[in-house]
Design a protein around this ligand. Structure first.
Ligand SMILES: [Zn+2]
Length: 272
């Protein structure tokens, strides 16, 4: 009998512990689920009733052939915060509505905060090629990093595993794995210059130039055009150059010397 009570006590205690830990984000989880339900309703609301005055057919003919729209870019960030916990808090408050699909902590723990097919608020005002709504077409991945640190091995291992899954799931081309600083070079510098983009490119996530340095640049080489071909918004030339150097040269200084121009030329050829 005594044993029974002890066992019951342990059970009750574990239930309390479990509900406390599970409950930490239970109220914001509820908000997420409610919102997803609203979107599900929106998806089934066809035919659309709008006031555009179009001569819609009297009888609706729904197609049998459809699927969900898929992400086609992956944008990598550093959180510029001091802990994963701090970032989870930031992404679950509503006054500044920012979010990312994934947050990867320094110990490699992956937080999947919203479904890949939903739109997260991570890119902000940005442009890559002619894409201006990167939030609609991308998956955002935040790496816990204050902006001045290297990225831990456990974090990189989780990231590479995650990228592999995402690339296969949505058939994302190698060229479309980029950084926040690439798509918003006047506003952002993440992930910081320590991020190992070359390691990613070797695994098929992003492009890298050939390491052999060409003897001469072609006479008609236009560096701005090259940056544009890669995808940069060149409205602010200096910002685009700084963005290129951070990502592909691990360099945070301004301007391009001859050797760097050759790297730019080689890289732009990968995008043609
Ligand atoms: Zn960012």
């Amino acid at each position: 009998m005594k044993k029974y009570f002890v066992a019951f006590g342990v059970l009750a205690f574990s239930v309390i512990i479990y509900s406390c830990s599970a409950g930490k984000y239970s109220s914001t989880n509820k908000v997420y689920k409610k919102q997803v339900k609203e979107y599900a309703k929106l998806l089934s609301a066809y035919p659309v009733k709008d006031s555009a005055g179009l001569p819609y057919a009297a009888e609706w003919t729904g197609t049998t052939n459809l699927s969900m729209r898929r992400p086609n870019f992956v944008i990598i960030h550093h959180t510029a915060q001091n802990s994963c916990e701090q970032t989870l808090k930031t992404f679950t408050q509503t006054k500044n509505p920012v979010s990312a699909h994934y947050v990867i902590c320094k110990d490699g723990t992956v937080h999947h905060m919203l479904n890949d097919l939903l739109r997260a608020h991570h890119a902000g005002v940005s442009k890559w090629g002619n894409n201006t709504d990167l939030n609609s077409s991308s998956i955002g991945i935040e790496l816990d990093n204050n902006g001045f640190e290297y990225f831990s091995e456990a974090q990189m291992n989780s990231l590479l595993q995650l990228l592999d899954r995402i690339k296969k799931a949505y058939n994302i081309p190698a060229a479309n794995f980029i950084g926040h600083g690439d798509i918003a070079p006047t506003r952002k510098n993440d992930p910081n210059w320590r991020f190992p983009w070359k390691q990613l490119a070797e695994k098929g996530f992003g492009y890298w130039y050939d390491e052999t340095v060409i003897p001469e640049l072609p006479q008609n080489f236009n560096p701005l055009q090259a940056l544009r071909i890669i995808g940069f918004d060149i409205k602010d030339t200096n910002a685009a150059i700084i963005g290129f150097k951070r990502h592909w040269l691990q360099d945070t200084t301004k301007g391009l010397n001859d050797a760097q121009l050759k790297r730019l030329y080689e890289l732009s050829r990968k995008y043609q």
